[in-house]
Design a protein. Sequence first.
Lengths: 631, 107
Amino acid sequence: MTLFQISEPGQTPAPHERRYAVGIDLGTTNSLVACVRRSAAETLPDESGRHLLPSVVRYLAKGEPVVGHEAMAVAHEDPLNTIASVKRLMGRGIEDVRRLGKSLPYEFIRGDSAMLRLRTAAGERSPVQISSEILKKLKARAVKSLDVEIADAVITVPAYFDDAQRQATKDAARLAGLNVLRLLNEPTAAAIAYGLDRNPQGVYAIYDLGGGTFDISLLRLNHGVFEVMATAGDSALGGDDMDHAIAGWIMQQASIADDSDHKQMRRLLRDARAAKEALTQDKRVPLNIVHGNGESWQGELSRDQLHTLIDPLIERTISPSRRALRDAGITPRDINGVVMVGGATRIPRVREKVSYFFGREPLADIDPDKVVAIGAALQADILIGNKRDEEMLLLDVIPLSLGLEIMGGMVEKIIPRNTTIPVAKSQDFTTYKDGQTALLIHVLQGERELVSDCRSLARFELRGIPPMTAGAARIRVSFQIDADGLLSVSAREQTTGVESSVVVKPSYGLTDAEIERMLRESTAHAGADDVTRKLREQQVDADRLIEAVRGALNVDGALLNASERAEIESSLTDLQAVRGGNDGARIKRAIKKLDAATQTFAQRRMDENIRKAMAGHRLEEFDVPRDKSPS
Amino acid sequence: MAITMTQAAAERVRKFIEKRGKGEGLRVGVRTSGCSGKAYVIEYADKIESDDHVYESHGAKVIVDSKSLIHLDGTELDYTREGLNEGFKFNNPNVKDACGCGESFNT
């Protein structure tokens, strides 16, 4: 017998025409599925009434993989076959993960393809396959709860996910038998859950402090369109760090040795978490710790002590928040609302610090664990046609600057980071040597000044430049990023129209940790980078001058007498000697000296060239006829 | 003539309306459609029309139009849980046969 749900007046679906689409929050630590029923979005619980599904998959030698709580419970017994936090591996190449490799307990397989695979008891598995197991489990839960077949879903992804990571998420959904109506950015989903999309416009900060990651996103809403203004965060900061800080304090108080066994540590962490949660309500909480040898220790954790322990961690969320504001070019006063996401935002101290920083009370009525899934479900409901709302569009940003290599191993930024996409920008470049007929275009990503500190995305050559003197060619290099985050770079020599281009995925294979690191390094090294850049510029100038003077001496050396030539040669040798050093000022002085020494030579060469050019012609021939004068 | 609600159904109706923020009660009805001829309508009632019949059970109102009442008279509405799914169930004595899924029926 069918069970019926209440509909809004006039919207009872016809038999067999009821369509449900689910919203899925596919998280690093936990995942949820939500659906709009009885005109309200709600997350769907499992048989035991649990809404959160741990994003953990355990592969067995035989049978179906185990997903969720049961997999998590045995994670420490079977670490190689129990995959947690697979989200961090989505869309990653093997090279990217090898750099992270040491911190991950899994066995990665070196294959021919760039596709990453893990060795498990059930065979080789890719992150896409592992994620699809989580999605299958959530889908099955939805099918059971709603008693209808579910085909369509909105799945949320972090705002900083690149094209490869988004594509991998879509692939996982397809494997799980789900049609992705749309990938929705997590902060946007949270904003939708609070109905902020119904406001005419505004700027919103989404503060997402989960178990192991922190993200801050600034969204600008304009006529129903959410634009990501800026994102920042810390991929290794969350509620778990608070538990560790509390556990550390308990160990100190109860004189528990650092080298306690794994079991004792897990108990401590569980106690720490319980104490943290209890302090949401109470001013102080009693602690009763049983040592490994059976003895016990009684103590107490006060709210003030908790604050001392977690304040430094909360403070670490404020500097990315500040950076995001700076990137977006706004101040806390420009913010119309702050949305709290993630379990750790239940801690009153976190709310207090956040409201102090932004100068306003954050929105926190919706369960911060469920808010993203609820927003996704609301969006899914609209997309499937249950509501006749106009569609929401979402603009995105590039997480790191894109540029290209110029002489001296430096990077010229073409598109600065956090530029909203789609975007197209171009800049003119020229040749460096006389008669240069090809130009190597090296596309780079990062915030640093030197090529060696940025990430190489692609290289290609522009050939067929007509031979000209150095600096005469005009080569326009254009960067274009489409709405899907796909970058194409083209170079075109303006006089002949020869062209060459390449298509790249800008942030393929970059982890958010790496993005974060690259950003941190760029600020940390800003001063040093500037000095290096100036030095390199002097070196490039020196090389150019040496090259030019040598060439001139070869061609027109006869114009100089012995002592003039000796003076130039000596300045040239001096410059060559200091060029390789690290003293930019010395190089500059040597350049000036050589420049001065060659003044007369340059003058004579020019006169000589004019004389040669005019030989055999009459002066009138050099008059430009009026009707052909250049416009 | 009457339509009744079980305690469980009435409680749910009150709760949903409270959560929704408005509504007079639960409107039920019948319309022609579906594989077996007729299908149930179950919606929030924002206003009560002149030809509506209103019945109250356990503090919640169930509202039905006169035309639908012919097919629904004597129905008891229940709210039950079947596995992970939960929802309203029509115990309608007028039903002669229903389609396999139970979403449409004949009287």
